[in-house]
Design a protein around this ligand. Structure first.
Ligand SMILES: [Zn+2]
Length: 172
């Protein structure tokens, strides 16, 4: 099923969380342009056949085959003498939920790659949460109830509200 590349040629392979995968129809194409026009099809075929390469989180690399007997095809990853010419970020057609997962992964990578840790985002999160709390309180009881239900679940939220009501009522 696999054919050795005719040189020079180009192919696509996907990378996700350290795993890589090529696809026979997309590994032996004549030009960079011909490869890139097939990007969307490559993504959807890959995602449909292998859940580990969901379109929203896979980076796609454009590979140039440089060696006459490269084993890009059989190994499903770049051979030693073949090179990555271009890397394409996760799919712009992903759903909102998929985009958010990809964005979260990107943030985690970005923080780790800079040698930082989650504490470095503390101020940003704290300021954002404070602003949200202000908005909720300004929006009245239904917004407050919805917020507490979201944070604690029904049983705990009702218990906490009952406790506050009891405490304040008994002070009158
Ligand atoms: Zn190759």
């Amino acid at each position: 099923m696999f054919r050795k590349p005719q040189l020079p040629s180009y192919g696509l392979y996907a990378e996700n969380d350290g795993m890589t995968r090529g696809w026979p129809e997309f590994v032996n194409l004549k030009s960079e342009d011909s490869v890139l026009t097939q990007l969307a099809q490559f993504r959807s075929e890959l995602a449909a056949t292998d859940a580990a390469f969901a379109v929203h989180s896979s980076y796609i690399h454009l590979l140039r085959h440089n060696a006459p007997n490269c084993d890009c095809l059989t190994n499903e990853q770049p051979g030693d003498n073949c090179t990555i010419v271009k890397t394409v970020a996760p799919n712009p057609e992903a759903t909102e939920e998929q985009d958010q997962e990809a964005a979260a992964a990107w943030m985690a990578d970005r923080v780790a790659a800079a040698g930082l840790d989650p504490m470095d985002l503390d101020d940003l999160v704290h300021d954002t949460a404070t602003a949200e709390a202000s908005d909720v309180n300004n929006d009245g009881i239904s917004a407050q109830a919805a917020f507490l239900l979201r944070q604690f679940g029904q049983e705990e939220a009702m218990k906490l509200v009952a406790q506050v009501v009891d405490d304040l009522a008994s002070n009158d």
